[in-house]
Design a protein around this ligand. Structure first.
Ligand SMILES: [Zn+2]
Length: 378
């Protein structure tokens, strides 16, 4: 096991790459951002917007998938106010939306947009989440599936020429095999390996038929045949970062977590990530069990790379918070998919990554933690 020589990202992130100096792809992207001709990229974006206006045969120039969070608020306002596009927002409502999540999606609508909300059948959803928990220990995989697909489905049905997505994870996470490359083309979101594999795999779930999965897939061939384009906005805009988007969106009414929220309960200190559903917290805990790092690692790495905290501070935050998750969220999740907490932990332990071993007292020990502790003492 190793961590990035620059930030502290571990090599257990799926698909991550390091250069010969041991620097991770996300840090390399941060460097690359300094030499990109952003004016040229913005002109390219303006040309795409112009093309969309000239080629829209229906009522809308672009479709934007929104959760109501920092990125979607930034996407919607940029598209309408800077690019002059007529936007249709597409919202795939998460299971168990939080109060902040409700506030934020209402706030976005009230900034003056037409919105379509899609919500897959909750009974079907529950079966699929349960299955993904036992099969992949990933309870949000299927939610992400519908989240991505909904915008493409709506774009096809409404003859919308352009789809605008936010962040190409291939650029920002430093992972080379996210499945979508590092270019601006978001039409291939169906190849993202966080959702990937064929939607047909869900047909093996008891009682699930093809028609139950309509909101979990899109027809890329038809969209491409129709000449529809899909783009990642962060490819074109230098300022499209988590932090900048959070500040920008708060200025437009987005609510963050309260300043005094309990960091340990969700395993991070950041106030503006993934506000719309609590299933995130359990998913991050499971990520920690599987890959040895959780969301505090991601947030501390972003803050370090963009110069808001030092490497030492990042290490301290991760050692203090990463992988923490209140029992409240675990219980809520277990109740949702009808399992006991004992079953939850038994299944989680089956997926525990190779960075874990038991110490003499029978407690789980994480090698990434060990590396970080060693580095913090140097
Ligand atoms: Zn790095």
């Amino acid at each position: 096991m190793k961590i990035c020589k620059k930030c502290i990202q571990p090599d257990s992130r799926p698909g991550i790459y390091f250069d010969k100096n041991g620097v991770c792809g996300a840090c390399l992207w941060e460097e690359e951002k300094k030499i990109i001709d952003w004016d040229a990229r913005y002109k390219e974006l303006q040309n795409i917007a112009k093309w969309a206006k000239e080629n829209s045969t229906g009522n809308y120039d672009c479709a934007i998938g929104v959760s109501g969070g920092k990125d979607s608020t930034k996407q919607a306002l940029t598209s309408r106010d800077r690019l002059g596009l007529r936007c249709l927002l597409v919202n795939s409502e998460p299971t168990g939306i939080t109060e902040i999540g409700k506030h934020n999606i209402e706030n976005l609508k009230n900034l003056g947009f037409d919105v379509i909300s899609l919500r897959p059948n909750p009974i079907v959803m529950k079966k699929l989440v349960r299955r993904d928990f036992f099969k992949y220990i990933n309870p949000v995989k299927i939610t992400e599936y519908s989240l991505w697909a909904s915008t493409y489905i709506v774009a096809e049905k409404f003859n919308i020429p352009l789809i605008i997505q936010g962040e190409n994870p291939g650029l920002t996470l430093g992972a080379s095999n996210t499945g979508v490359g590092t270019d601006s083309n978001a039409m291939k979101a169906n190849e993202l390996n966080t959702i990937a594999k064929d939607w047909r795999e869900y047909l093996e779930v008891d009682g699930i038929k093809e028609e139950d999965l309509y909101f979990f897939r899109y027809n890329r061939e038809i969209l491409e045949k129709n000449g529809c384009k899909a783009i990642w906005l962060n490819y074109f805009l230098k300022e499209f970062t988590n932090h900048e988007n959070a500040i920008f969106s708060r200025e437009h009414g987005l609510q963050w977590r309260r300043e005094d929220f309990d960091h340990e309960s969700i395993g991070t200190y950041s106030q503006y990530f993934q506000l719309d559903t609590d299933s995130t917290q359990v998913n991050q805990l499971l990520k920690f069990i599987k890959f040895g790092f959780g969301q505090c690692m991601d947030h501390a790495c972003y803050d370090f790379r963009e110069g808001r905290i030092t490497r030492k501070e990042a290490i301290e935050l991760v050692l203090k918070l990463d992988g923490k998750c209140s029992d409240v969220y675990i219980k809520k999740f277990c109740d949702y998919i009808d399992i006991t907490q004992e079953e939850f932990w038994k299944t989680a332990d089956k997926f525990r990554g190779s960075m874990w071993s038991k110490d003499v007292d029978g407690e789980w020990k994480n090698e990434i933690r060990h590396i970080l502790e060693t580095e913090s003492n140097v």
